[in-house]
Design a protein around this ligand. Sequence first.
Ligand code: SAH
Length: 348
Amino acid sequence: MKKAPLFDKSQQELEKFCVLKGFKKYNAHQVMRWVYFYQIFDFTKMTDIPKPLRDELLNNFHTNLPEVVNTIYEDDINGYSKKYLIRLADGMTIESVLINYNNRKTLCVSSQIGCKMGCAFCETAGLGAGRNLSSGEIISQILLISEDIKEKITNVVFMGMGEPLDNIVEVEKSLNIMSDNKFLAIAPRKITVSTCGLLDKLNDIEKFKCKIAISLNASDESTRNRLMPVNKKFPLKNIVNLINSKKPSVHNKITLEYVLIKGINDNISNAKELIKMFSPSKVKFNLIPLNKGKNSIFLKNFERPGDDAIEGFKVKLLKAGFTVTTRFSKAQSINGGCGQLTAKTLYS
Ligand code: SAH
């Protein structure tokens, strides 16, 4: 009989299995505790599980992790980034990026193979639509890489390949396991889900109390239409209305990501428009100067702004009272920066 991947099972699904086989519901919890909290994947070592249930698990499930095909490393004085090319069971490949700085081990996970959102400045979009990752394939990225570095992953960002809210069922399932303090135990405030703005799915994510980032990337509808086709379905004004209808929040402001592209959205007048639209009590800005691979044909029409333009844009927002960070993407030299993940080859 073909065995199913255990990592794809939710707690409820595993409980059903245990009860069906004549065991207790709480046995499922025990199994998941071994797998996710202790990261022991061998059923025979799960000593508090009745032997007949261990046999059933062995006969029905496997705990194989996907395979790391290649890695590439970028070092600097404060830490390092490491990009992993990972081959899934069906032979498809994805990338994950570990950013290990100042004792924070942040893993940038993929949620889809390719992406169908079509953002004009993103190389993953250049791959077109692929398939959704299963929750087990999302979780496996964490298990695999924490096994590789022999340490716990402390933070997770859904900023790898794909649009997480376009794969909401599996992403939710993975968030349940990730954020449960009895399983992978990554606190929700250390998890960020980044979306191009599929606003109808935002509620499903908000209930996890994790951080939410929305990729804004423009200060007017026509530029956003041009850069992000999703704007035709969920226009900028809907994002503005949704955010402005929320209560101000000190602890959980929504992050607005803004990829700065020379001559397209990096003018001071764009910063002024943002200031008019949003309130510093509700959002913070994360500016991401465009990443562009050396050989990028896909992004040939776009350039990264100069340092002065980046700084000027930041200062304008700061002076208006906003919290602003600039993300000089780590891992850029290894094409592991935002929007650079294509899983084609590690060295392209
Ligand atoms: N689909 C999700 C996650 C994408 S990656 C989303 O759209 O939010 C995370 C961030 O990288 C997004 O804010 C995206 O706008 C940004 N990004 C994409 N391509 C980029 C590039 N070439 N340079 C810099 N940032 C980029």
